[in-house]
Design a protein around this ligand. Structure first.
Ligand code: ZN
Length: 198
């Protein structure tokens, strides 16, 4: 049944396809957008398009950035010899929010999941191993404590150990299946400080 004109239905449909946005929210957003002044709508649409055009992966840690090197990698105050491995840019920003981690990161863009057919070659492991050819003191594995995160952590530790570089895993305390981005900063810091060598 078609309640609205097709353009409105299309807008609702597009919004509802975004993660975390259900049908009702999509409808509310669609009507809000239609009520907004034309200039604001144009600015919003323009910002989305520009972000998509300019945002790319940092050439070192592979997080999302609009420069060759992200602000963390290009900061001379950061310890380039300590690399924290995370699953995605959101996990990296969770650790950045604590303001206490002084090393750099490596973003895998996923985790190994035999069930979903995601193997080691499907995440950014090759790039990590390439970085380890340089002078590195420690690799801190901060993948999620889900089955996929643990599988990935084990796989990475097996890869890194022969290089002689110290490998550690953030302490549990992070609930099983818990996404790092939803965990409060105190818990994250405790997990980092209580990391154990693998
Ligand atoms: Zn970077």
């Amino acid at each position: 049944m078609e309640y609205y004109s097709s353009q409105i239905s299309l807008l609702i449909e597009q919004l509802a396809s975004l993660p975390g946005i259900g049908g009702k929210t999509a409808q509310r957003l669609a009507f809000h957008i239609i009520d907004m002044p034309k200039e604001r709508v144009e600015k919003l649409a323009d910002t989305i398009v520009k972000a998509k055009q300019t945002i790319r992966y940092c050439s070192q840690c592979l997080t999302l950035t609009d420069r060759e090197l992200c602000p963390v990698c290009s900061n001379p105050a950061r310890d380039q010899k300590t690399i924290m491995v995370v699953e995605n840019p959101r996990d990296m920003s969770a650790y950045e929010k604590t303001g206490k981690y002084e090393g750099v990161y490596h973003v895998l863009h996923g985790a190994i999941s035999p069930m979903l057919g995601i193997g080691p070659a499907d995440i950014r492991l090759k790039e990590l191993m390439h970085r380890l050819e340089k002078d590195v003191d420690e690799v801190i594995i901060a993948t999620n404590s889900s089955l996929e995160g643990e599988t990935t952590a084990m796989y990475i530790s097996k890869l890194v150990k022969p290089t002689g570089i110290k490998v550690s895993r953030i302490a549990s305390g992070v609930p099983v299946g818990g996404d790092l981005e939803y965990i409060d900063e105190v818990t994250l810091l405790r997990a980092l400080e209580g990391r154990v060598e693998l």
